[in-house]
Design a protein around this ligand. Structure first.
Ligand SMILES: *[C@@H]1O[C@H](CO)[C@@H](O)[C@H](O)[C@H]1NC(C)=O
Ligand SMILES: *[C@@H]1O[C@H](CO)[C@@H](O)[C@H](O)[C@H]1NC(C)=O
Ligand SMILES: *[C@@H]1O[C@H](CO)[C@@H](O)[C@H](O)[C@H]1NC(C)=O
Ligand SMILES: *[C@@H]1O[C@H](CO)[C@@H](O)[C@H](O)[C@H]1NC(C)=O
Length: 222
């Protein structure tokens, strides 16, 4: 049975297995918050509205906004939550490491929730921009920058978008050379930090598939 299985076959399969793991690992590290920023910008520029710059400081505060509202997703997927205005400067900014003198003007926000994680394009049309009022916020000409945060908590997934009229490198600047304060869960746009527990639990189907494929290959050789 084992006569054909030399050391080199084994090595070959280990390389394949390692490659499929590395691939799935990278695959999971995509940042859906960045994808949502791209979708927002595509929608705006298709309507001849200016492109918005991605602000990590705004994105992180969007994540903080969710943190405060995470108990408030209703059965109809509406976020019933009104954070006090002061929370932006007193809670969200400090928790993100936004340098306070660079705090700009928030010109709009959109927040949505759903019971399960959906891809960014679905989140855009079914969770965030699903009515006229959210579309008019998105299309407002005052905005010049945007930040998106997302996180899954208590069996609900939240997406939050914040807009500002500031200049990207002079407003909502994150301390520690743009790193800011590491967030415990979720992910936000413009960040180099990978998403943690934000959108997928464990391995996704395609990586499980590719591992099974390699294992089946291994067994057909035996
Ligand atoms: C979330 O919902 C609870 C219960 O309805 C309410 O008391 C609370 O004020 C809400 N939180 C915020 C930040 O609006
Ligand atoms: C656009 O946003 C600004 C700032 O939030 C607000 O004052 C203005 O009313 C908005 N314009 C429209 C058309 O909604
Ligand atoms: C922009 O998004 C809105 C809301 O989903 C959609 O109704 C509209 O068709 C989109 N416009 C463009 C040009 O893609
Ligand atoms: C400021 O931001 C713009 C684009 O957002 C970029 O092209 C430019 O290099 C930045 N300037 C500095 C000093 O970082």
């Amino acid at each position: 049975m084992h006569r054909n299985l030399t050391c080199c076959h084994f090595h070959f399969f280990f390389y394949l297995l390692a490659a499929s793991l590395v691939f799935s690992h990278r695959h999971n590290h995509g940042n859906p918050a960045n994808d949502l920023v791209d979708i927002i910008n595509k929608n705006r520029t298709d309507q001849k509205l200016p492109h918005l710059n991605d602000s990590p400081g705004l994105g992180c505060m969007a994540l903080q906004y969710i943190e405060l509202c995470k108990e408030n997703c209703t059965d109809n997927n509406v976020v019933n939550c009104k954070p006090p205005e002061d929370d932006f400067t007193e809670v969200f900014a400090p928790n993100c490491g936004v340098e306070l003198p660079t705090f700009g003007t928030i010109t709009g926000h959109i927040i949505g929730c759903q019971k399960k994680y959906v891809e960014p394009s679905i989140a855009y049309s079914q969770v965030l921009v699903k009515d006229k009022s959210s579309l008019s916020i998105l299309k407002n000409k005052s905005h010049s920058e945007v930040g998106v945060g997302l996180v899954g908590v208590h069996k609900s997934f939240f997406w939050c978008v914040l807009f500002s009229n500031g200049q990207t490198n002079t407003t909502f600047v994150l301390e520690n050379r743009g790193e800011g304060i590491k967030q415990k869960t979720g992910c936000y746009s413009g960040s180099s930090a990978p998403c943690s527990g934000a959108h997928k639990n464990g391995l996704d189907p395609s990586s499980i598939f590719s591992m099974f494929y390699v294992i089946i290959l291994l067994f057909t050789f035996l």
